[in-house]
Write a protein that binds this ligand. Structure first.
Ligand code: KIV
Length: 259
């Protein structure tokens, strides 16, 4: 399965025919808003971007991330936030981060008609607990915990599971052990699907390239070159020319004033 993030209508329209699912990830905090982490992303931001993506896609399954602090306090809190996301965006499902500790919440949401995607391994909303974005599952204890998280999330009713930035062969083993599709990001070619951040794939976000990213375009560089060429044309008087002006022709002649 092919999943990719999108945050805007034009990007969603461009990818809709090519992917199985579009994830409106809270990574938009970094890619769109220039934040340092995903921790300051709000439910209103996710809803605004989710709505734009749903509007522009007709084929792919659209999943919207629940942002930090919108679902962790209690299952009832999570339901209120997720119900808003579903009702106000028209998306098909929500994704939330966490393992064993989120199982009760996932069961609560699924029982009330909200399809949920789980997310284990490196969960960016817990960056402060992890102390950075290092790959997870380095020790036997860590690998056991992530496996237990994956199993708990699936047993709770998640219909798919994102596994982020874990050491092989952990994601391979989890994929064998669970009954729902696993979607890897920096996890394993053995996952049932892959997801990446669209700005990484297209080179819009070109500050750095994580090891697990394969870049298919250099849009950031192309935009910079296009803007430089535009600026040079305007400064040199090469743009605009008469070709870009509105000139009255016979058909569009202004009406003669009546005497
Ligand atoms: O926020 C996001 O974009 C994500 C994925 C990359 C899995 O959660």
């Amino acid at each position: 399965m092919v999943w990719l993030t999108a945050y805007s209508a034009p990007t969603a329209r461009a990818m809709d025919a090519h992917v199985d699912a579009i994830l409106v990830g809270d990574s938009l905090g970094m890619t769109v808003y220039g934040m340092d982490s995903t921790l300051t992303v709000t439910l209103d931001m996710m809803i605004a971007h989710g709505r734009a993506v749903v509007r522009a896609s007709s084929r792919a399954c659209v999943i919207v991330d629940m942002p930090f602090a919108s679902y962790q306090a209690s299952p009832a809190d999570a339901y209120r936030g997720a119900a808003r996301v579903m009702a106000e965006t028209g998306c098909a499902a929500v994704k939330l981060e966490g393992g064993v500790e989120m199982a009760e919440t996932i069961t609560f949401l699924v029982a009330r008609g909200i399809p949920v995607v789980g997310h284990v391994g490196l969960t960016p909303q817990s960056v402060n607990r992890f102390g950075g974005y290092r790959a997870q599952g380095r020790t036997a204890a860590e690998a056991q915990k992530i496996t237990a998280d994956a199993k708990a999330v699936v047993a709770a009713g998640a219909f798919a599971l994102v596994i982020e930035k874990t050491l092989e062969p952990l994601a391979r083993a989890i994929t064998k052990a669970v009954s729902v599709p696993t979607i890897g990001i920096g996890a394993s070619p053995a996952c049932d699907g892959q997801v990446l951040v669209v700005d990484d794939v297209t080179g819009v976000f070109d500050q750095f390239k994580p090891k697990f990213v394969k870049r298919y375009a250099e849009v950031g560089r192309d935009v910079s070159n296009a803007v430089a060429a535009y600026a040079a044309d305007v400064r040199a008087g090469r743009f605009p020319t008469m070709e870009h002006c509105f000139v009255a022709d016979k058909k569009n002649k202004p009406a003669k004033p009546k005497k």
